[in-house]
Structures are given as C-alpha cells and as structure tokens.
Write a protein that binds this ligand. Sequence first.
Ligand code: HEC
Length: 290
Amino acid sequence: MKMKRQLWLLLSICLLWICSSASGQAENDKILYYPSGKLEAERKYDKSCNCDKLTEYYESGKIRSTATYLRKAILGSQLDGAHITYFENGIIQLYTFYKAGALSGRIYANFPDGKLAYEQYFADSFKTGRWKFYNADGRLKEELVFDEKKTPWNSQDDDAVQMFYTEGKLIYTVKLIAGKKSNLTIIDKDLYNRVIAAARPDGKKLFQQECAMCHNANVDIVGPKMQGVAANRTREWLVKMITNGEALRKSGDKAATDLYAKWRNMEHPNFERLDSGDVDAIIAYLNELK
Ligand code: HEC
C-alpha cells in the first residue's frame, strides 16, 4: 500500500514536470500537500547540477525519502546519487545509489530497529560481489555470490551461487544460471532434512481448510467419505479429481461420471490454485485414512 502510494506520488510528480516542461516552466518547483494541509513532498530545481531534488515527508513532518533526478538533455530524467528512504523513526529503511540511472556501489536495507536486513553490490551496471541477507535476529539467512560481469544490474536472471543458512549455518547451495536453479549441493544433511520437512505443506491441515466442509473421513456428508478412497484410485486420478474434477469427467472418465450422477450432479470445486506440493500432501493424508 505504501509502495503504491509512493509510486503514485512519483508518477504524478513526473507528470507535473513533463506538463510544466511543455509549457516552458521547466524550472518551477513543486509542492504537494496531504489532505490535512501538511507537507507531503517538495521538488526543488538546482541549477548547479541541472537536477531536481525530491523530498517526501511523513504526515508527522519526518522525512520519508530524498532523491535527486538529473534532467536529461531532451526529455525526462534519471535518478542520480543517493536515493534514501527512512522509517518514520528516522532510521534508514533503504539506501540506494545511482550513477547514470543505474544502481551502483553498495545498496542496503535495515529493519526498523536499525539492524541490517540486506546488502547488495553493483559495479559498472552489473550485479557484483557477495550479497547478504539477514534474519531480524542478525543471523545470516542467505548469500548470493555473483559471477562477475554476467548479470546486468536490472535483470532478475541471476548468474550466481545462492547459499542458504539456518541457525547461522550453511545448509545448502544452489547454482543459478540465468535465474534458473541447478546443482543443489547439500552441505549439512541433518539440518537440511529438518528445514525441508518443516517447510513441507501439512496435508491434514490443508484438508481441514479446503475439503472438510464437504468431506469427512468416515461418513458421507456433502461429498463421499474419504476413507479408502486413496486405495481405490490411482494417484494420477486423484490429482485430476482434486484439481479439476469437471475436466476429468468431461474427458469421459467413467468413475468421475458415475460419482457425479450419484452425488446429484454436483460439480466438484476446482482446486487448480493448490500447487502440486499441496496436492501431494493432501493425497498423502488421504492415504493415511485407512
Ligand atoms: C463443495 C463441496 C466439496 C469440496 C469443498 C470438496 N469436495 Fe471432493 N467431492 C465433492 C462431491 C460432491 C464429490 C462427488 C463427485 C462429484 O460431485 O463430482 C466429491 C468427490 C471427491 C473425490 C472422489 C471420491 C471417490 O469416491 O473417488 C475425491 C478424492 C475428493 N472429492 C477430494 C476432495 C479434496 C481433496 C478436497 C479438498 C481439496 C475436496 N474434495 C473438496 C464435494 C466437495
């Protein structure tokens, strides 16, 4: 929400600026106010650098952000130098630095208490060096070590090694080639198993959230009881029934057609939004209902 508001603000300031340029008032300063009358943003033209200095404020009067836009010869502008966003408590939220419109040098973000959240490096318009991401407790969460001069500063297709930490220990690394994961290397097997198991979706919980209003383990309610279902059907059939039962029936599947008739022509809700990990977890739970 805040991001949206800032984007909107930036856009409207740029628009104001283009309009004023067109009407020959390129050097006019601009001021925006909150509905309460408090200062929200001001843009000041600085002749010495042919640039505009933009400052945004919280309604409390505290500075929200500062940035410098260098005017280009024809039309438009580009960020130049430091662009800093602050928490309302005055602590830097995000520090970025631009050179000729591209991120450059060290970029970092903090948690509201001032602890470092992450740091990233850019050089000659490429991502570079060893990026670090931290947990709020100060321990390392992830590192991204870039292949030099491979990933442009504004690209998401990273060429790098991604290193994942838990409890401050390196547990596995992944090689990224043009943003695609390859070469998973497990460093700490015990921790890896523990962390991956913890992240695995919980089939019983998902069943209770998504299915229990119509299905019970032992009795028919809105839909058939689930006990024994997994034993009677193939896994593939179950995936189709759960994710898109209607398509399964319309493909001419006999079991799905019979069920549909038996259950008063009720179309099965379509669970395409569940990802394959969720569906696997639900099916694993159905398998336990012997
Ligand atoms: C709105 C009610 C409703 C919800 C929610 C629902 N189902 Fe169903 N389900 C049915 C009905 C009714 C049928 C009978 C078949 C039909 O109507 O096409 C059925 C059939 C099934 C079958 C086939 C049973 C058999 O005998 O082979 C499976 C498996 C199934 N549902 C799993 C699920 C799972 C898993 C979820 C949650 C992700 C879910 N359903 C959510 C109503 C529902």
